[in-house]
Design a protein around this ligand. Structure first.
Ligand SMILES: Cc1cc2nc3c(=O)[nH]c(=O)nc-3n(C[C@H](O)[C@H](O)[C@H](O)COP(=O)(O)O)c2cc1C
Length: 654
């Protein structure tokens, strides 16, 4: 489809967008604009870089509305939980103005989202919005509702004072406002519950307070869940009725359509399990029935997908969040015919898992430079170095590309006949097709950077030394890990990676031993389900996939459930015998026998392949190790290590 409609300007309130690509909120994990100074600088550099590349509009400030209606001492929990919202901070004006300045310098519109994430302490009726978390919220009184309306007004007023171009009401993602709009969570019997008009009353009151505070100049919009896809929630017609009702207030300039919820399937930050722009046809209904422009966000992961959404008339504007983590020059590359150079977002959601689940610093699986936009460039060096990278998985590919792009002479040796390592293995699973796009991108990138890629090479220490490289980087990955109870060569036992590659036969009744904390067991189990097996998954941990957060767990579990798979936790394998497996409860030690098993499939992560590193260390003056060969983790760990290591080499003076 032609990209032309994507590059057309559009009137939005009293402003004009220079094209149809906007950035919805997603950057706070890179750096909190209202946090410590270094974080604020990082955030401004991130948003500024994307504006400078040509996006039309950035709604990048997460504007948490003050929550101090809470009784003293109550601690709200969860992402975005706050007592004192950002608008009441003494440095609000200065920090918001800094964001506006960065975005305006790039020629984009700068807006803020007003957020009162609901379920963590507040709600209309004390009912939960999903079935995976059970923190019962406080029921707001009428006085507290009025207090909130005033707080939104104040927040909008100071946004205008700080120079923002627009404000968006967050009425999605189990925000307080969605909890009011939803018949599943709002069963109040006063004027704020019941009919649509009553459920929407708080939003209408807020909209009129906000409009009064910002006047006609600022763009005011509402981000809405178009169809709650939740038992008892509103459906698409219900969502449309809400949108029409809000439009009728005359206060809104656009509606921003999204789907998904916390802990849901789909979640509101959809992984690669979903199709690009999967819900844009729902947005099309809104566009057909509303007079104001419609924005659609949700897995718009490529320029092609964006062009389809706008070109087919599903929305006037597309929101692209994670695609912008992945590629800083998405607009300029697309517009200059360099679409092949756009680094694809593959939807692993590790941007979230790292920060939200594991509490470590931000990282993007496919682009380790993201979040470093404001860093000083790598030191300039005079002479290129001859680097030999061994291992063409995510760590080795990224390191080789970065070093070659920095002017060094790089060779990359890979034992297999194709690049990719474990990512290539994982990409075989149907829901991981997006991984193949990234592998193809890295292949093009390595070729363009002039990396000498050699496949099918057995990198012995002697062969490496014979090349006489200045530096060796060992990224030899990890071998499959096997639980102690499963002996090598045990009959009926195969490796998950061999199943994916079609190298292992499996019977009908399959038991997956899950001793890896992220996606591997779920991917293997899902693939087995696709092969038609009857699947049981045994986790030795007390929960399923402990490092996979609420944004990503729904899709793989929904798939397993639909396939009739059983997932058990706290079951550690202690014996594998023909046709049966014995497990022991991780905590009580109680034994259990699983009969009628045809094949046991191991999904137990990896064991670092360190032999080459160990051997080279005493024989070469500069040897580095990275990726799974250091410690088996995920792709974002591998690419981050590649980035940090590459920086230590410096950039060769042109
Ligand atoms: C790290 C991160 C933080 C986000 N924070 C917000 C938020 O504060 N408010 C919001 O409405 N959406 C938030 N989102 C959701 C995005 O705005 C967007 O709707 C979602 O990521 C789907 O779009 P994408 O497929 O283009 O990433 C966040 C997404 C990410 C990845």
């Amino acid at each position: 489809m032609s990209e032309e409609p994507l590059w057309q300007p559009l009137s939005l309130g009293r402003h004009t967008l220079r094209n149809r690509i906007m950035l919805p909120p997603h950057g706070r994990l890179v750096g909190d604009p209202f946090g410590p100074e270094h974080q604020a600088r990082r955030a401004a550099a991130y948003w500024g870089s994307r504006a400078a590349d040509g996006v039309a509009w950035i709604c990048g400030l997460n504007g948490f509305v003050d929550n101090s209606v809470l009784i003293p001492g109550f601690d709200p929990v969860g992402l975005g939980a706050t007592v004192r919202g950002v608008f009441r901070l003494p440095h609000f004006h200065e920090r918001a103005a800094r964001y506006v300045e960065a975005v305006h310098a790039g020629g984009a519109l700068a807006s803020v989202q007003l957020i009162a994430q609901g379920g963590m302490p507040h709600s209309p009726s004390g009912r939960m919005a999903n079935h995976a978390s059970h923190q019962v919220p406080h029921v707001l009184t009428r006085e507290e509702i009025a207090w909130f309306v005033e707080e939104y007004r104040y927040s909008a007023q100071v946004s205008r004072e700080a120079g923002l171009d627009g404000v968006e009401l967050h009425a999605n993602h189990e925000d307080l406002l969605q909890l009011f709009l939803s018949p599943a969570t709002n069963v109040r019997e006063d004027e704020y519950g019941g009919s649509l008009e009553n459920r929407a009353r708080i939003v209408v009151e807020i909209l009129s307070a906000v409009r009064e505070a910002v006047g006609p100049e600022l763009v005011v919009g509402v981000r809405l869940n178009v169809d709650e896809l939740f038992e008892g929630g509103y459906d698409l017609d219900g969502g449309l009725a809400i949108a029409r009702h809000l439009e009728a207030t005359g206060h809104i300039d656009y509606v921003h359509c999204v789907v998904g919820n916390n802990w849901g399937a789909p979640s509101y930050i959809q992984t690669h399990h979903y199709r690009p722009a999967q819900w844009s046809e729902q947005a099309a209904r809104f566009r057909a029935e509303l007079g104001v422009p419609v924005v659609y966000s949700g897995r718009v992961s490529s320029v092609e997908a964006a062009a389809e959404v706008v070109g087919r008339g599903h929305a006037d504007v597309v929101g692209m969040a994670r695609a912008m983590f992945a590629e800083p020059h998405l607009v300029s590359k697309a517009r200059s015919g360099r679409a092949d150079e756009i680094r694809p977002c593959i939807g692993t959601n590790d941007c979230l898992h790292r920060v939200v689940v594991e509490g470590i610093r931000f990282g993007c699986s496919v682009n380790p430079e993201t979040g470093h936009e404001g860093d000083a460039p790598a030191a300039a060096v005079e002479a290129p170095r001859q680097v030999l990278v061994v291992g063409g998985g995510p760590a080795g590919m990224e390191l080789a590309a970065l070093l070659a792009e920095a002017g060094h002479r790089v060779s990359l040796w890979e034992r297999d006949e194709a690049l990719g390592g474990q990512l290539r293995v994982a990409s075989v699973a149907a829901e991981n097709a997006a991984y193949r796009d990234f592998l193809a991108f890295q292949g093009r990138r390595l070729a363009a950077a002039g990396v000498d890629v050699r496949l099918g090479v057995d990198a012995t220490a002697d062969a490496v030394l014979a090349e006489r490289p200045d530096v060796v980087a060992v990224a030899t990955g990890a071998a499959p890990r096997r639980p102690d109870a499963v002996r090598e060569g045990a009959p009926g036992v195969v490796e998950g990676r061999d199943v994916l590659l079609g190298r292992a036969e499996v019977g009908e009744r399959v038991l997956v031993v899950a001793e890896e904390d992220h996606m591997q067991p779920l991917t293997v189990a899902g693939h087995l389900a696709d092969l038609g097996c009857s699947v049981t998954v045994l986790y030795s941990s007390p929960s399923i996939a402990p490092t996979v957060g609420k944004y990503s767990i729904g899709a793989p579990l929904a798939k397993l459930s639909a396939a009739g798979a059983q997932v058990l936790v706290m079951e550690r394998v202690v014996a594998v015998e023909p046709g049966r497996v014995v497990t022991r409860n991780t905590y009580s030690g109680a034994e259990r026998v699983h009969d009628d098993i045809d094949t046991v499939v191991l999904a137990c992560g990896g064991r670092a392949e360190t032999a080459l590193y160990d051997e080279l260390r005493g024989r070469h003056p500069e040897v580095h190790v990275l990726g799974d060969a250091y410690a088996p983790r995920r792709m974002s760990f591998a690419t981050r290590q590649a980035y940090e290591l590459a920086r230590t080499f410096g950039r060769v003076h042109a």
